[in-house]
Write a protein that binds this ligand. Sequence first.
Ligand code: CU
Length: 68
Amino acid sequence: MRSVLKVKGMSCQHCVMSVTKALNQLDGIKNVQIDLAKGEVRFDNTKTVASEQIEKAITDAGYEIIHG
Ligand SMILES: [Cu+2]
């Protein structure tokens, strides 16, 4: 399932790499793409990884998910 999240705090290519790496470490998350201008993170959730787990990976990397 293709998922989209709004993530706050990403400002440069380093942030893109950090968030991509954090998500790629989750088993089942694939094809991570980040739109820096929109602050959007897109990925395939191939194993129904729990949203809590995804959120934790992003917050542990130092970024914040914008809800709603
Ligand atoms: Cu950055």
